[in-house]
Design a protein around this ligand. Sequence first.
Ligand code: ATP
Ligand code: MG
Ligand code: MG
Length: 389
Amino acid sequence: MCSAASEPSLPPTSVRVGVVGGGQLGQMMALAAHRLGVKLTCLDPGGLASPTGKVCGAAVTGGLADGAAIRKLAAEVDVLTVEIEHIDTASLAAIEAEGKVAVHPSPRTLATIQDKLLQKRHLSTVDGVSLGDSWHTWGYPLMLKARTLAYDGRGNAVVRSAAEAESAFSSLSRGGAVPLYAERWAEFVSELAVMVARARDGTVVTYPLTVTEQRDSMCHTVVAPAPVAASVSEQALAALAVARKAISSLWGAGIFGVELFHMKDGSVLLNEIAPRPHNSGHYTMDACVTEQHEMHLRCVAGLPLGDTSMKVAAAAMYNVIGSADGKLSTTLAAVDAALAMPCAALHWYGKAPPKPRRKMAHVNLVGGSRHEVAIALRKLEAIADAANG
Ligand code: ATP
Ligand code: MG
Ligand code: MG
């Protein structure tokens, strides 16, 4: 355990929260924790040099699947949570069972979500949640997915024919080491996402519905609120209801990102759930009364829930991702452009130099109308696309 040299005195509301994982989501939790007077300690192989450790100033150095390291973190805190789901849930379950340190969301939720097939099986039992056709009667294309350790589309492969199936299977499964499953190809017209917060007493609140755009299976942009008239659109209401039901079926407190497919026939399918702050919720940092990382801490620490409403008419988020050429100057084109735009807020994660596909930062755009924000987003995209060739 390494700690900052001098400990400030803690306010009465203070809770000590340990977060398993030290990436940018933990970093943004650390910023929120400081505002709330919550003491945050992270667990990460990079320790104090991790994006989270650099900001919260307290870290246990160790792996996320290292039970002894998780126990070390637990010894320092009142509540354990996560900023990534690819962690040792068995150790968390043992800690939860001992009853000294609260674990949120529950390890049962984390274990269910971290294996995408278990997640789908669980969600298929929830009334009102649709995952599309189930495991038979469909042909190509289909999506082959790694059951575990998947993120940013890295565990997915599109299979268009029987011939492609074999090579996709062997590359994704790494010779049988990684368990896979197949999903029917979803003919969506757009992808939606909604952040849902669940308090310790089970109260569930939703943030506005958003539209997300993925590039190469990675989140590229998010627009909030989704450009459908939320008050009248049955589809938007259906999407929120699906998300609410899905999160109500899980265990423990925290914020959850719910990814949805808006299908050609108007139906809404659930793609997957993230049991933590989520890229589709980054816009809340500049657009909502209580942003998602603060909301997560409020949930897990048993503080009152915040306010999910937007304080601006419209918002968008643009992800700054390490460019394919690996050059910092290419990646920084969007950053330089954002700094010169009046409606833009930059959130730089301070990671090691950009690698292709590494999430380096995001830019939030806010404005008085959807139109104004859409123009700013197009401008930012055009500049970044030009730099990326
Ligand atoms: P992350 O956790 O970073 O969101 P992931 O690795 O868990 O990503 P998914 O969310 O499963 O990956 O898929 C990434 C993207 O691939 C989706 O946002 C969607 O664009 C596309 N996709 C996933 N599943 C399907 C499907 N069954 N049919 C069509 N497209 C899909
Ligand atoms: Mg995922
Ligand atoms: Mg996803």
